[in-house]
Every structure is written in C-alpha cells, then in structure tokens.
Ligand binder design. Sequence first.
Ligand code: NAD
Length: 276
Amino acid sequence: MKQSIELNHGQKVLPAIGLGVFKVEDGDTVIDAVVEAIRQGYRHIDTAAVYENEEGVGVGIRKGMEIANISRDDLFITSKLWNADQGYESAIAAYEASLERLGLEQLDLYLIHWPVEDKMVESWRALETLYREGRVGAVGVSNFQIHHLETLAENSDLVPAVNQVERHPLLRQTELASYMSEHGIVPVAWAPLMQGGLFEEQTLVEVAKEVNRSVAQVLLRWHLQTGWVIIPKSIKPHRIAENFDVHDFELTNDQMERIDALDQHKRVGPDPDDFD
Ligand code: NAD
C-alpha cells in the first residue's frame, strides 16, 4: 500500500497520513502537537484559516523541522480558504494572509473549504491563478459533492488535485469516490475517526480484537486500504503515535466487508448542500 499519493498536478506527493488540527487551540497546544507529529515522522499537516491556529502551526513547523533535521521541502502543508473570503480578489488576499500567519513562502495545497454556490467558481479561478503563477504547489476543494465538481469542470480546465470530505464507515462516500477516481481527484477523509464516535461500535471492536489493534487503528487502516488519505486529529503524543502506526498489519477482505456494511450515509458534520 502506498504511503504517499501522487496528485494530478502539483510539485509533491501527498503523504497518506497527516495530522489534522481542527479545534486545536493556537499557541502552545497546537505548537506541541505539530512538533510531536513531525518528531514522530508525520510529514503532512492539515489546517485552515477558520481554525485560527495557523500562527501556532507555523511555529510548530519551524521547531519540528529543526528537531527532526528536515527541510521545508520534506513537509506537505495544507490550508483552506474560508467561506467569507470566497471571490476572486478576496481569495487571493486570503491565501496571502494564511501564508503570512503561517510564516511560509508557499503552501503545498490550498483548498476551497466549502462550496459556496454563488462564489465558488470565482474562488476556483483565483486558486487557478495562484497555481499557474507557481505561488502554490497544488489546489483543490473540500466538501464538494458531485454536482459541485461538475460545476467547476464546466467552468475550468483545471481539475482539483483533491477533494477533502467527511468520511468514515457510517459515510462511505462510494458514489463520490468513484466520480473522483474517474477524474483523478485524490480523496482525503476528514473525521476519519468519526470524531471519536465509533470506538464502541460492535463490529469495529470485534475486528480490533481479531487483529490485536485499537479501534482507531482499524478505522485508519480501513481508510488506507480503500485508497483514502487520512488526517486524524490528536494532541496526545501516544495517540499521535498510535494513529501513525498502521502500516504493519492488514485487514482481510472479510474484515473490510464487515466494516463496509456499516454504511448508513450518516454525517456528523454539516451537509455541504446547506452550509455556507
Ligand atoms: P477525527 O475523526 O480525526 O477525530 C478526532 C477525535 O478523535 C478527537 O477527539 C481525538 O481526541 C480523538 N482521537 C484521535 N486519535 C485517537 C485515538 N488513537 N484513540 C482515541 N481517540 C482518538 O475528527 P476531526 O478532527 O474532525 O477530523 C480530522 C481533521 O480533518 C481535522 O482535524 C481537520 O484538520 C480536518 N477537518 C476538515 C474539515 C473540512 O471541512 N474540510 C472538517 C472537519 C475536520
């Protein structure tokens, strides 16, 4: 199984496991989490303007690089354009503001965070400009349904490198995933652990016993074996380690199918069709 995924454009491959920092407080909390993740071998960090922790993420990146003795090129950093900043000029200004807060010269990936119906095409044009001018490694989207991706395709030749969406066994996203696979859009799972809501689920507890791993590790392994990139969030060093330690065991077809069967098309986050 691949530990990093090639994108349809951009300068770098995307490491299959990244650290998510949604709801992680700016300052020491986020700095420590990012440093710890980099120290343990993570090379991919996922933040967003609306998480209000880009400054701390930037400090954590610089400290982590020093401790792990790696360069900026070894890391893959993603941030996202918030809804209020959608539009052409405002998206470009928002990108520059994220760079300023992060203290970085460029991002490896910049995403439209949510599909704001009347503005997303203009926002995508802005991201396309940033990409074509070499100011960002790659550009993509988040929380886009098939019809949103089709709207972009009707208005632009640049296919998003990724679409980051809610995904876990209760929301397998099978239709969206096959559309994305046909179009070369890499799937990234947010809430890969369903924000902690699946740890008591019976099938998962059983499979975890069978493979002698934690439910979190079973969930993350299931994502990876289905070809999804994952960005689990934790600020605890032992969980950051646990979530990264999923490459030395495999789920059987039978175990994968039992987990697949949990699908209920159930979201824990907002529905992209009525969130903007
Ligand atoms: P998640 O599924 O990663 O779950 C995080 C929760 O699980 C936390 O409460 C954490 O304490 C707990 N946890 C983590 N590892 C654990 C372990 N090994 N054992 C037990 N508990 C564990 O949820 P998330 O944070 O919502 O999603 C991950 C990342 O996805 C975010 O941090 C963010 O970067 C991104 N995200 C993106 C969007 C979007 O709209 N694009 C929305 C939400 C999240």
